[in-house]
Every structure is written in C-alpha cells, then in structure tokens.
Design a protein around this ligand. Structure first.
Ligand code: ADP
Ligand code: MG
Length: 358
C-alpha cells in the first residue's frame, strides 16, 4: 500500500533525519516504526501525508507518487493521530471530530452523523461529545483524537506516539481499542512509537530504526525476537527476548483432563489439589485435599492463578501454570474449564514446535 523508495530527508540545518529508507507497508494490519528518540520516525511518517517533503527518493501510495497529489487533499484522505491528541481547546469534542468531514465539504448533518458514529466506535458517549476537550481525561482525549482520524472513513491512519502520554493501564486499553478498530474497519495503520513493548504488542510487522534514519530490520515481532539481524536490534528488543518470544509461540499441546467438584460436594481425603467450579463449569478456585475429606467448604478455596484461553500463547499458558497453587494452569473456553497444563508440558511443547520449524 505504501512504498518508500530510497527516501532521504535532510533538513535545512543539515540534519539527515531519514537516510535512504526503502520499505513496503502492506495493506491492512498495523505496521509499527520503532526506534530511539530522534531516529527519524516522525519524519518518515509525515512524509507519507506530505507534512514533510523528502529531499530525494519517492513514496508511493497505492502505486501513485504522493508528491503528485495536492498536499491538502492527500492529508484529508489520511487519518492522523498525534501524542497529545492535538484537539482544538475552544471547540466541543463533537466539533473537533467533525473537522475533517467539514473540510471535505460534507454538509453539517452528514458530518455530524459521521462524527457521532466515530465517537461511539471509540467508546465515547453523546454526553462526552458535547464537552470541551479539557473536560475529559487524557485517555479520553486520545480517544477523541482517534475518532477524529476515523470520522471521514479513511483507509489509512497514521499515528505518532498516540499513547505515550497516558498511564500504562489506559495505554493498554487504547492499544486493544486500536487493534479492534483496525480489524473491524479493515484499515491500514502505520504507528510510530519509541516503546518496543508497544511495537511488539501491536505490530503485525515492525520496522526498527536507528539513529540517522537507518532501517535496521523490518519483520514480524516473532522474527525480530527470534532472529534479530544485528546487535542493535538484539539490544533494542531487550535482554529477555527469549521470554518475550513465548508471547508469540502457540504450541500445540494436549490438555490434561481435569475433574472438577462443586462447593459442598464431597472429596476423598488425600486427593491432592482439586479444582472447584460452579454448576456452569466456571472455575472458582483450588482446594488442597490433604488430611481431610468430605464436602468442600468455601473457606478452603485457594485463589485461581491466571486463566488461559484455549488459543493462548505459550507465555500465558506458562503464566497460568506458574501462578496456579496446584502447578496446573487452568485453560478455559468461553469461561468454562476445558483442562489444565503444567509448566513442563508448555515448555516441552514450545521447544518441540521450535525444533520442528527449523
Ligand atoms: P523521532 O520521531 O524518531 O524522534 P524525528 O523524525 O522527529 O525523530 O527527528 C529526526 C532527526 O531530525 C532528529 O535529529 C531531529 O532533531 C531532526 N529534526 C526533526 N525535525 C526537524 C526540523 N524541522 N528541522 C531540523 N531538524 C529536524
Ligand atoms: Mg517523533
């Protein structure tokens, strides 16, 4: 969808912000540009919608050189989200989101409907739409920024450090939201971040950039973790890349059958750890059946560990096993227990899958 062809940007003061960048961003999905501050991410992003013009090389959008498109028209056809939302403080949230549709010449009614729909998509209410940006939290303002970028229904949305200024919990929610919107709307997202965790969580493919605007590696997250091309990438993806890679491994492993009991039902003394579930099969906790027997009292329940979905990554399955008092991680489907796994089993299956691949 977007093709950088030997693109270089040298600013007037002689700074080379981007150096001979060649990169192909596929249609659909999320492509992340990640790298340390000052490595040319923002410059690269802004050359796509011509907020910055390349010094040499060219950028093709669906095969057409963007420099041949009128800059203002190009910009309106592409969604753009920045760090502090960049909202107009003296306009209501709704008016902010209506900006691009109005610039596109849509009449008020149509622009308003599109804006309300976009706000709803990002989880904001009609009441919030009437407020001014300062009357919303930082995270909500970022949602407005996303809604504004989506309101006119662009196929391509550029995001520059959209979540860097919000706290980690809100950031996690917003990341999930963007992932969901990307899938639902089938749009293409190019997202810039300096945060490698965000890049690996969100990116279908990740371009790691280094100082001087050089592309160090362009690959899906699992590949960056498994085969960093050089020391810079290896250092940037982090020391614990072996653990992180577990987040992308989906080992095929047979689940253990796990018999469950309900509260008040009898257990036989010496049964060891027994999983307790409700009548619908939802797990409630573990009981350690040692030196006693009889009906299971609520007071004896130990906390469940992390629950893993059937399609969970090796990381989540391992976490489920390690956080479970019994050492058996509970796997659920639609909230109901379907079996358990041990840490040994998860690791063995992960290693098997890996040796099978190579
Ligand atoms: P990033 O987004 O990765 O932090 P930028 O693309 O903003 O990096 O900047 C890349 C380099 O270009 C940096 O050295 C920065 O100081 C420089 N730069 C950015 N904008 C300008 C500008 N308008 N004029 C001169 N230098 C700039
Ligand atoms: Mg930047």
């Amino acid at each position: 969808m977007i093709r950088f062809e030997s693109v270089t940007k040298r600013y007037a003061d002689g700074t080379t912000a981007v150096d001979n960048l060649s990169l192909e961003v596929p249609r659909g999905g999320i492509t992340v540009l990640v790298g340390p501050s000052g490595c040319g991410k923002t410059t690269s992003l802004r050359m796509i919608n011509r907020m910055v013009e390349p010094t040499s090389g060219r950028i093709l959008l669906d095969g057409d050189d963007v420099s041949e498109r009128p800059a203002a028209q190009l910009r309106r056809s592409i969604g753009y989200v920045i760090q502090h939302a960049g909202l107009f403080p003296h306009r209501t949230v709704l008016a902010n989101v209506m900006t691009v549709p109005r610039l596109l010449g849509w009449d008020r009614g149509r622009a308003r409907t599109a804006a309300m729909e976009a706000l709803e998509k990002v989880g904001l209410t009609a009441d919030q739409a009437r407020r001014y940006p300062a009357q919303l939290s930082g995270g909500q303002q970022q949602r407005v920024g996303v809604a504004r970028a989506l309101a006119s229904g662009p196929e391509l949305v550029l995001m520059d450090e959209p979540f860097s200024a919000v706290d980690p919990i809100v950031r996690g929610d917003l990341q999930e939201e963007v992932r969901r919107l990307q899938r639902e709307l089938g749009i293409t997202v190019v997202l810039v971040t300096h945060d490698i965790d965000e890049a690996l969580t969100l990116g279908d493919q990740v371009a790691v950039m280094r100082h001087g605007g050089h592309l160090a590696q362009f690959a899906p997250p699992a590949e960056l973790l498994a085969e960093p091309e050089d020391d810079f990438v290896a250092g940037f993806v982090g020391k614990d890349r072996g653990y992180r890679a577990l987040g992308f491994a989906r080992p095929d492993l047979p689940l253990r059958e796990e018999a469950t009991v309900q509260l008040g039902q009898p257990v036989v003394a010496g049964a060891g750890w027994v999983l307790v579930a409700d009548g619908g099969g939802a797990p409630l906790g573990w009981v350690d059946v040692n030196g006693w027997g009889g009906p299971v009292p609520e007071g004896r329940l130990h906390r469940l560990g992390t629950l893993a979905e059937v399609d969970a990554s090796a990381r989540t399955l391992l976490d489920a096993a390690l956080s479970s008092p019994s050492g058996r991680g509970v796997v659920v489907d639609d909230g109901r227990v379907v079996g358990t796994v041990t840490a040994d089993e998860v690791l063995a299956a992960t290693l098997r899958a890996r040796s099978g691949e190579s």
